[in-house]
Design a protein around this ligand. Structure first.
Ligand code: COA
Ligand code: MG
Length: 299
């Protein structure tokens, strides 16, 4: 189920920034976002990887940056690039909340990383399983292997969709409507829902086009996504707003559940509520709204 447990962390806007840019890390930490990703992968030049690891380590360990309640995630390089072990060694001592694994194509990659993290947790005296994982699905093979990937490991908390890399891996050409990646975008959220994970949508890469960002984010929300990557601070507010249930939605959900409970006590299943038929699927959806509202601190 895609229902968020009250205790689970809400991840609406997830702000990503290059790991070699301490100023952006510091800025990201000051914004009160739900999560941020310090990137060691494609946002960092190949000849700056070592520098990025040092900067991320410094950000996590020096105490100069106050992350507040913001989740501290680090995006790793793929294992096959030969950079991942060093990425982990340099950053795990800062006890990040989790890692984002890019271009995931098999359950094995997730399990191997999880195993490596277990060894590091033991060495560092961290409770085993504390460090979370998010799998970034952004290749054709990743989409095809979603059923295995989504069940790969108990550290996995979310699937994240990456449209740009996927289009590259399929030979597709990106369009405004995104029809070329729609099957994949649906598949990611469907598998997340099937296996109890959050689903994070692809970033919107135009910096200043708020109407288009809004349309794309509303679509993601309607599809069942629980959050969206943000590549610029100006995207965070709008994304947070769209992924937070409105007062009206919360009120409607509460009244619907109350009416349902009264009907159930009266031995009635389906009933009419404000002009529409209501039965169990609508109740589950209303419960989902309330769980999301609780996770966002609105209830
Ligand atoms: N995270 C945190 N802070 C950011 C940011 C980000 N992703 N993007 C911009 N900022 C900061 C800038 O440092 C600047 O701060 P200041 O006002 O304190 O000087 C402010 O927000 C305004 O930034 P702006 O001048 O509009 O953008 P820019 O030209 O500095 O940067 C990008 C543009 C695209 C390079 C930048 O937004 C970025 O790095 N995005 C993320 C890229 C990335 O991680 N890609 C890989 C994954 S898709
Ligand atoms: Mg990518």
């Amino acid at each position: 189920m895609n229902t968020l447990e009250p205790s689970s962390r809400v991840r609406r806007a997830i702000l990503i920034m290059p790991g070699d840019d301490l100023k952006k890390i510091s800025k990201g930490a000051s914004l009160g976002v739900d999560s941020m990703i310090m990137d060691l992968e494609d946002g960092v030049a190949l000849n700056n990887k070592e520098r990025a690891r040092q900067v991320v380590q410094q950000a996590l360990t020096s105490g100069e940056i106050d992350f507040g309640k913001t989740e501290r995630l680090v995006r790793l390089n793929q294992a096959k690039k030969g950079l991942q072990v060093e990425d982990i060694t340099m950053t795990v001592i800062g006890k990040p909340d989790g890692y984002v694994l890019p271009k995931v194509e098999s359950a094995r990659e997730v399990q191997q990383l999880s195993h490596t993290l277990l060894e590091r947790e033991i060495l560092l005296g961290i409770e085993p399983g504390t460090i979370k994982l998010i799998a970034l699905i952004e290749t054709a093979k990743g989409i095809v292997n979603l059923p295995q990937i989504a069940q790969a490991d108990s550290r996995l908390v979310a699937l994240m969709f990456g449209a740009e890399d996927l289009a590259g891996s399929m030979g597709a050409i990106r369009s405004e409507g995104g029809e070329e990646v729609f099957y994949a975008r649906s598949a990611v959220v469907l598998h997340a829902a099937a296996f109890g994970l959050q689903a994070i949508d692809t970033p919107f890469i135009t910096i200043q086009a708020m109407e288009a960002l809004k349309a794309e984010t509303l679509t993601a929300r309607r599809m069942g996504y629980t959050g969206k990557l943000a590549i610029h601070p100006s995207h965070v507010g709008l994304i947070n707003e769209i992924f937070t249930p409105t007062d009206q939605e919360i009120d409607h959900a509460q009244r619907l559940i109350e009416a349902h409970e009264a009907k159930q006590a009266d031995h009635t299943g389906a009933f009419a509520f404000e002009g529409s038929m209501v039965d169990m699927p609508m109740i589950r959806s209303a419960e989902n709204v309330l769980a999301r509202a609780r996770a966002a601190g609105k209830l």
